[in-house]
Design a protein around this ligand. Structure first.
Ligand SMILES: *Cc1c(COP(=O)(O)O)cnc(C)c1O
Length: 218
């Protein structure tokens, strides 16, 4: 088993050096592999489907911090509201409002990130930069105190063009940095298997890495 965690350990160290949090994206992965990483000390895991998250949560230790990173339907929020650690993928105000409501019902706060559309692909979700600026200047997050805004999440275009990825991360950091002057933000979630190093170089505070880590555990 010794050689089997080299990439995980390397990324973990890079995060420590950059003062960033590593969220291991466990979507489509078997329980045994998740448990293996848990036993190495990993506690932050991310899933993009509510049903998969609930199934896995039942089979794994209760001190895992579960992150929702994928498109979230409003009618599913109630299932994760009792325990979810952070929702990265708030892409409409209606969803934000629902998270606030469900948090109230559960007598807790559910921290959230606004997902920002920085990529060129139409298929990716999120607010445009203009929309985010509107949301923030109208101080809308203050209307949902049970769903405190902690920062932003973005995904760069899937491309080999490092220059373009770099520009997209820079754009998101600039937006985040400006918003930090009005809101107490501490989380900039950007960077995946293919681009996490570039994200860390652009002041990411949280990376979401899946395939790179799990492929190494084969
Ligand atoms: C799948 C996914 C990731 C992780 O992707 P990898 O390329 O496997 O590291 C990160 N963020 C989101 C939103 C995802 O859906």
């Amino acid at each position: 088993m010794k050689s089997k965690q080299q990439i995980y350990q390397k990324i973990k160290q890079q995060c420590e050096d950059a003062n960033a949090t590593l969220v291991v994206v466990s979507k489509f992965q078997p329980i045994e592999k998740i448990k293996y990483l848990y036993d190495l000390g990993q506690r932050d895991f991310g899933e993009n489907r509510v049903q998969d998250l609930l199934d896995k949560k039942d089979q794994l230790p209760s001190d895992i911090r579960w992150h929702v990173i994928g498109t979230l339907q409003r009618n599913k929020v109630k299932y994760i509201a009792p325990f979810v650690h952070l929702i990265h993928s708030i892409d409409t105000l209606e969803l934000l409002e629902e998270v606030h409501k469900q948090a109230l019902k559960n007598h807790r706060q559910i921290p959230v990130l606004l997902q920002v559309h920085i990529a060129q692909e139409e298929s990716k979700h999120g607010f445009t930069i203009d929309e985010i600026q509107n949301v923030l200047t109208q101080n809308l997050p203050h209307e949902y105190p049970q769903a405190p805004l902690r920062g932003m999440m973005g995904m760069a275009t899937y491309t080999d063009d490092q220059h373009q990825i770099n520009q997209e991360f820079q754009k998101l950091y600039t937006l985040y940095h400006a918003a930090s002057k009005t809101f107490p933000l501490d989380t900039l979630s950007m960077g995946m298997s293919s681009d996490y190093e570039l994200a860390l170089a652009n002041h990411s505070t949280m990376i979401r890495v899946g395939s790179l880590i799990f492929d190494d555990l084969e």
